[in-house]
Design a protein around this ligand. Sequence first.
Ligand code: SF4
Ligand code: SF4
Length: 159
Amino acid sequence: MGNAEGGDDVGDVDGLRGEWQTSELFGTEPNSICVGCGLCCDGTLLTHLAVSDESDLGAPLRMLGVEIIAAAEPPVFELPCPAVENGTCTIHHLHRPRACAQFECALSQAVLDGNVEPEDAREVIDMTLNVRFEVRSGRAPQSDLDHLLDRHFRGTISK
Ligand code: SF4
Ligand code: SF4
């Protein structure tokens, strides 16, 4: 999920999302291991993300129908996030909640720390996406996916 946030001035979010998908995404961050993963956005790794208030949530997600669960402490919004498509945040260049810009799973943190090579991380992500597909197809138990998530995406990975 990491990287910088954009502004909050949004007109047609679908048009802007399309523009991002066809140009900036692949032009600026082709090597991010997060591109095509999205496990932390699509409800696989996390169920909710914390936000401080409506302005932190931002116009793009509001326009996609996301609502804050204000009764939670801290306030949260529910995942899967409607902005994730094909494992990629489609509003990445617009305003996203601070938690989106700050979150690093154990695997992405290990890549940032130099403890895991990006190509090895990509293999782990691909394997995890494949296992998730098998689980959803009824050909593998949920515990297989949970094991991969616990081992590679939660906690800490050292060299
Ligand atoms: S690599 Fe980690 S931080 Fe990046 S999208 Fe996947 S789960 Fe999220
Ligand atoms: S706004 Fe983008 S980074 Fe944040 S949860 Fe949604 S898809 Fe993920």
